[in-house]
Design a protein around this ligand. Sequence first.
Ligand code: UGY
Ligand code: MN
Length: 214
Amino acid sequence: MSGAFAIVHVSAAIGARFTQYSVEFEPGGSLGPTEWQRFVYVLEGELEVKVCGQTHRLSKDGFAFLPQGSPHEVSAVTASRAAVIEKPYQPVAGFEPPKPFVGEETSIQSTALMGDEALQVRALIPASESYDFAVNTMTYLPGAALSMVEVHIMEHGLLMLEGGGIYRLGDSWYPVTVGDFIWMAAYCPQWFGALGKTPAKYLIYKDWNRGPFS
Ligand code: UGY
Ligand code: MN
């Protein structure tokens, strides 16, 4: 990358099967290439994304999915910050590899998690087996919480976007707030409860749509 600074939160070096980093861009700064799929979520400022002959402008809460092997450029129009997720693509028979797209988190319809209106989920990646990972936002009203301690085969990269609360990881309990990052390896027992007077919101990656033997 140039004119940009990366804080690498998690990578294969610690045992994860994806990489997640936060980037701080100067105006005109840009990402370097990747051999993998790339997902970019704007935290602050404005980015320009060029892919497949089209140019897109993304501001806060805008995002781009860039499939593996798609030549693209991501550069900063203004001083900006973004969350970036990269993962080697696992193709699956019968499904076309995904195409690039951009979107805006706030314009995605949310759904209540397991019927709990106080906990809203927005899926940023379409529901198709072409995709081998999911990225969601989860927004908790003050006092809302996951209804169970989850344990699952998928791993997570989690970035706190707003508010705060308590994250349970295994048998430990951590206060978390905006800017905190958590890597949850597969089978890490996990639970979150929102505290404070404003909603808590996080961006969460998980591997998805692929079997445990691949
Ligand atoms: O999608 C999830 O697994 C999500 N409910 N996990 C979490 O918030 N820690
Ligand atoms: Mn989970």
